[in-house]
Design a protein around this ligand. Structure first.
Ligand SMILES: NC(=O)c1ccc[n+]([C@@H]2O[C@H](COP(=O)([O-])OP(=O)(O)OC[C@H]3O[C@@H](n4cnc5c(N)ncnc54)[C@H](O)[C@@H]3O)[C@@H](O)[C@H]2O)c1
Length: 252
């Protein structure tokens, strides 16, 4: 991997799960990381073992004011920005027939509008040195998953936004890509399993690699896409799902 010394990455939702694994991977390459997260406790816990090259900003991607203030602090303190990973997210499965407007709007606001807000706020800083954005989609963007209307819709929307920004900001030297992870063992997934949203065994049976991913296995390709190693890749969506979405062994 290329030397990331001095390069600054902002990670929304960076205090836990995939975002935290991205921070660790970026720091291991010599870069600096700014975690933008709405959980102050999670930021404190994350920073306690990330070391001096990491900093946390209490930010809610659901609010333009909060996101703009977070990037203003990066401009004031780090003075540069090389990469953004839009990772903040939540999930609240339930039947669509009884889905409230409030629950629908909440997920759209955090995932889709949050990704747009963070990218918009980062644009001016990224443009200065030619940077990269990596958005978090999901295999839910291309599969009909019952009880996940808002989640499937926002992830498909994030892929559309990724392609649009890739083309609009290419003249500014900004690359924009997305990853579409499959099942990854983070707090988000552990919570869904604990709530009885699904049993893990039938899911794992459909994954050719026969297990869920560890967060680091999603983080490494994200850091690749965010770095100059991926200098000619823009507008792409990289699926990272252990083969789940191409599985065609329907006879077992
Ligand atoms: N875990 C999976 O299996 C999986 C699969 C595909 C895609 N994803 C996507 O990856 C991303 C990260 O998921 P994860 O599993 O690491 O989740 P996680 O719950 O482990 O971590 C999410 C982080 O986002 C933060 N966050 C949530 N809402 C926020 C907001 N409004 N503003 C700022 N921070 C906020 C949380 O505090 C937390 O630190 C999400 O976009 C998710 O949809 C996850």
């Amino acid at each position: 991997m290329q030397d990331l010394a001095g390069k600054v990455m902002a990670i929304t939702g960076g205090a836990a799960g995939i975002g935290l694994a991205v921070a660790r991977t970026w720091l291991a390459g010599g870069g600096r990381a700014v975690l933008l997260d709405f959980s102050a406790d999670a930021i404190d816990a994350a920073l306690s073992d990330l070391g001096e090259q990491a900093r946390g900003v209490h930010a809610d991607v659901g609010s333009a004011e909060s996101v703009d203030a977070a990037y203003a602090s990066i401009e004031a303190i780090e003075g540069r920005l090389d990469a953004v990973v839009n990772c903040a997210g939540q999930s609240k499965p339930g039947p669509t027939a009884t889905l409230s407007d409030a629950d629908w709007d909440a997920l759209v606001n955090v995932h889709l509008s949050g990704t747009m807000r963070s990218s918009r706020a980062a644009y001016r800083l990224l443009k200065q040195g030619g940077g990269a954005i990596v958005n978090l989609s999901s295999i839910s963007a291309s599969h009909g998953m019952p009880g996940r209307a808002s989640y499937c819709a926002v992830k498909a929307g994030i892929e559309g936004l990724t392609r649009e920004l890739a083309v609009e900001w290419a003249p500014d030297g900004i690359r924009v890509n997305a990853v579409a992870p499959g099942y990854t063992l983070t707090a988000l997934v552990a919570k869904l399993i604990a709530q009885g949203a699904y049993e893990p065994e039938p899911v794992i049976k459909r994954i050719p690699l026969n297990r869920m991913a560890q967060p680091e296995e999603i983080a490494r390709p994200i850091v690749f896409l965010a770095s100059d190693d991926a200098s000619f890749i823009t507008g792409s969506v990289l699926t990272i799902d252990g083969g789940m979405s191409v599985e065609g062994n329907w006879y077992r």
